[in-house]
Write a protein that binds this ligand. Sequence first.
Ligand SMILES: Cc1cc2nc3c(=O)[nH]c(=O)nc-3n(C[C@H](O)[C@H](O)[C@H](O)COP(=O)(O)OP(=O)(O)OC[C@H]3O[C@@H](n4cnc5c(N)ncnc54)[C@H](O)[C@@H]3O)c2cc1C
Length: 578
Amino acid sequence: MTETVTETMTTLSAGTVSAHDGNGGAAARPVILSVDDDPGVSRAVARDLRRRYGENWRIVRAESGADALEALRQVKLRGDQVAVMLADYRMPGMSGNEFLEQAMDIFPFAKRVLLTAYADTNAAIDAINVVDLDHYLLKPWDPPEEKLYPVMDDMLGAWCREERKIVPETKLIGHRWSARSTRMREFLARNRVPYRWYPSDSPEGERMLAAAAQDGRVLPVVITDSAEVLVDPTTGELAAKIGLATTPEHEFYDLIVIGGGPAGLGAAVYGASEGLKTVIVEKNVFGGQAGQSSRIENYLGFPDGLSGGDLTFRARLQAEKFQAEMVHTRHVTGLDVTGSARTVRFDDGTTVSGHAIILATGVIYRQLTAPGCDLLTDRGVYYGATLTQADQCAGQDVYVVGGANSSGQAAVNLALRGNARSVTMLVRAPDLTASMSYYLIEQISGIPQITVRPCTEVIEAAGSGHLERVTLRDLKTGQTESVDCASLFVFIGAEPRTAWLDSVVARDKRGFVLAGPDLAGDDLAGWPLDRMPYHLETSVPGVFVAGDVRAESAKRVASAVGEGAMAVMLVHRYLEQL
Ligand SMILES: Cc1cc2nc3c(=O)[nH]c(=O)nc-3n(C[C@H](O)[C@H](O)[C@H](O)COP(=O)(O)OP(=O)(O)OC[C@H]3O[C@@H](n4cnc5c(N)ncnc54)[C@H](O)[C@@H]3O)c2cc1C
């Protein structure tokens, strides 16, 4: 039995976005579906959901997995969306896990919540891996204000923020195998800009190009929501068009944070919330490496894990809330020290100055040096695996290079979310134990599409216009094999890009920035003060470092955020002495 509890039509309640149809009108409101075989419980869940969300969402309830699947198919047929699915764990016929597993095929992006009794908690935790669960809720959930609504608010908020849920307004026309188009898609997606993607060789894409008076020879083409046509824009031009600030508002700040990953965002939140006039500058997209993580499971306070995109987007909102100024798509290429002023130079020669600087520039992926990889980067060879890229892999046989946690997460994501037909992990070591967390190894071993191929390296990538084949070598036997491959995701370690700090700030041999107790001897040759550098202070007073770019740092999200916060505390100490 299924029942539609409300039928109101309105905008989404969770805040930032509204549901629209493709023509700009209001669409049917998205569905929250609950399924529980106990009619009393089923009604109670629906009642509580209706009370808080009924005005803005359509609440559908069912009393068996089969009925709920049928209801989902109906919703799909009508072209409507499902935001959250809540399923009871213990149901006869079809368990909550089984239902969610099948429901994923119909609405892969709906958030999945399991309702469990206390005794079933372990099973629910297992389900986190099997059905990529977003949350489990212990029954009873009374009072809902404390136990049900915060979880639902979180799920709905996350669902709203993800770009695919929002009917797009900006249009992007490009070629699937064009590196520029890929970067543009990433840029829009990671900035949560609603957009619709049109392959240039599709009939719709051709129509769009004709409407924009373009012949398609120069791609990508962006048509903004105000119908402005941008032909192969830079990310800076696009950022400015979609309303992101690309220039600092002031000439002088208390604190300039360079780098918008977890460390920089942590510093911006703490700096601005503690009254420092703070600007944070990011050259690509706020979120840093963490923004590419499909699921961070070890960040304190999120037992079910959350995507790095979600985590860092929330951090970005938080920094904005405290009025940290966010400057997008600006590459810092120099640092000058004049008296107590610290001046940051951008690649276009403009500058901004401040009392204190926090360097939070992280690291970037090391590139595969095998022949062919360079030319095919972003045309099938990818560094990282973002959600947009994962979504392109449905039905494909894909390869992941590397044996650390980041490659493990990517493999899981490509298999479960991207629906790749097979995911082969290419690992140079004999197995994953030395480089990957135990929980991830376990998770991978439970996913049949994923195969680990140890003692293997990539020696060549080939294809005309885009990746078609890779050649692999067995490190034990020396045998080579050429395999068909449309997508190769590479995770082989990372390095800092700090050459621009040459002869200003002391670094170690690999380019990581030295700070506090790690500074010694020649590193401190120009140190002008009586006191020694504070813990995260570099060889230049008032210039601090946080996160992955710091020598000996932990290379984790939590430690990067913590160092960002700690660096701000030390900035205060420094400013008191100015
Ligand atoms: C795929 C993947 C999965 C991961 N999963 C986990 C996980 O599950 N748990 C975990 O704890 N850690 C994980 N990590 C590691 C974690 O993401 C990093 O430790 C963390 O992001 C480091 O934060 P950061 O701010 O120091 O640096 P980054 O995240 O690297 O951010 C640095 C930022 O600075 C910007 N920048 C660099 N140079 C300049 C410049 N000159 N001018 C302006 N901007 C600049 C960059 O564009 C970047 O956005 C993962 C990493 C990856 C890649």
